[in-house]
Design a protein around this ligand. Structure first.
Ligand SMILES: [Zn+2]
Length: 444
């Protein structure tokens, strides 16, 4: 039996069903789970003092492209819309291989962990030069985050009227075969799973209808989730209308891409009928506010999603369209954007944090994560509110208003991934140096 006691937190934001907030409280973790919350708890195991800290469930990232951390702030892609931005970056990504995928994933995961993330998804839709999903799964295991890997793919290259160059697309039968391979090798359906795998064709504009349909059939057969990009901006909707003769929501529904086992990234341009469809079918949304701002895609109707009962989580999106990967910063951006549209009460700090924790966990089909209650997984973020960012705050638990945006400690399945602000088990300096070496090679 292994126990860790997080003792004397100024506030524990439980994000349980009653959204309880406990003052001066303790949190006892046992064998990878939350055992007890209360006052005066004791243990023979490890004790982490949390006076001066706010304790929250670990944050959950529902959409990312780790590999893009090697192409942040690329000149020529800094000021483009989605399709132009993709055309600038595709030829660079086509030169990647296993080493680029692995090192960029370590970088993205380290950045997420330091910003409080315990559970993340990644949408890896390029596999050039021998790169495999295995390369990013190995990185997640090295950093120690809980991982929802997704086997993405593109199959319609330029020569067939698609957007990506032919070098980045794969044969559809081979894509489905490799989906089966990685599900069989890595997917763990158990509640304590550290790795799960989902099936994730890149987007309606880079794969065929047939692949979308077959991917949904395969995922249902294997009992895994489905993920893609949908209705990201006006160009994306126009492509759907022109190519398929229907809006993105209709396209998704026709091909089996709605349901509690499906989550779509962005959904900036969903209309009222599509929002009702997502609510009724319990389809999830990965809201990526910084990326949507960065690419000028628009403001996703998150207030309408939430009011209609659509499940919403947060995503930092790929590091080439953010270009940061700070999940706490993303929660703040989500809150601010809804206020731009709806006024000062458009989204509270607590609601933004709820979307960033239990909201994301539910979207990823992990309701045992994203809340601190007995029986939940022991995924915990500890925020030191005695630093400069929160100095003067009357309500330090309103974390997305005043800081900090970096954790002091992070535990996943009860294991310490960050301690006193330092990543455990990996050398951050070495990861940054490797990343620098690969970027210089790409720029040469
Ligand atoms: Zn994306």
């Amino acid at each position: 039996m292994s126990e860790t006691l997080i003792r004397g937190a100024d506030t524990i934001l439980t994000m349980d069903d009653d959204r309880r907030e406990l003052a001066g409280a303790d949190l006892l973790l046992r064998d990878g789970m939350v055992a007890e919350l209360g006052h005066g708890l004791v243990t023979d195991g490890t004790v982490i003092e949390a006076r001066g800290c706010v304790v929250t469930p670990g944050l959950v990232n529902t959409h990312h492209h780790f590999y893009q951390s090697l192409t942040r702030a690329v000149p020529g892609g800094q000021d483009a819309l989605l399709f132009g931005w993709l055309r600038r970056l595709y030829p660079i990504w086509a030169r990647f291989g296993p080493e680029e995928i692995h090192v960029s994933a370590l970088t993205a995961l380290a950045e997420l962990a330091l910003s409080g993330c315990t559970l993340t998804s990644d949408h890896q839709y390029i596999h050039p030069n021998g790169a495999r999903l295995d390369d990013s799964i190995a990185a997640a295991q090295a950093i120690g985050l809980r991982f929802q890997a997704t086997r993405g793919a593109m199959s319609i290259g330029e020569s067939k009227g698609g957007l990506p160059p032919d070098a980045l697309v794969e044969d559809e039968a081979a894509i489905l075969d490799d989906c089966i391979r990685v599900i069989d090798a890595f997917h763990d359906p158990m509640p304590d799973a550290m790795v799960r795998v989902a099936v994730a064709p890149c987007s309606p504009f880079s794969v065929s209808r047939e692949l979308m349909r077959d991917a949904a059939l395969l995922a249902r057969d294997k009992g895994v989730m489905l993920h893609t990009h949908l209705a990201e901006n006006a160009e994306d909707v126009a492509y759907s209308l022109e190519t398929y003769g229907c809006r993105p929501g209709q396209y998704a529904e026709d091909l089996g891409w709605t349901g509690p086992d499906v989550w779509h990234a962005h959904c900036v341009k969903l209309d009222g009928r599509e929002i009702d469809l997502f609510a009724a079918s319990r389809t999830g949304v990965a809201h990526c506010p910084c990326s949507n701002c960065r690419l000028g895609s628009g403001i996703a109707p998150v207030r309408a999603f939430r009011d209609a009962g659509v499940r919403v989580g947060l995503g930092v999106d790929g590091s080439a369209s953010n270009d940061m990967g700070n999940l706490m910063g993303e929660a703040r951006q989500a809150m601010l954007l809804q206020r731009v549209v709806h006024g000062g009460d458009g989204m509270s700090a607590r609601e933004a944090l709820e979307i960033a924790t239990r909201g994301g966990a539910d979207v990823l089909g992990r309701p045992e994560c994203g809340r601190l209650e007995p029986g939940a997984r022991a995924d915990v973020a500890i925020w030191d509110t005695r630093g400069i960012e929160a100095a003067g705050s009357w309500d330090p638990a309103a974390l997305v208003l005043a800081g900090p945006t970096r954790v002091r400690d992070l535990l996943v399945e009860g294991r310490r991934v960050v301690a006193d602000g330092v990543l455990q088990g990996v050398d951050l300096g070495e990861i940054i140096a490797e990343q620098g070496r690969l970027v210089r090679r790409l720029m040469a």
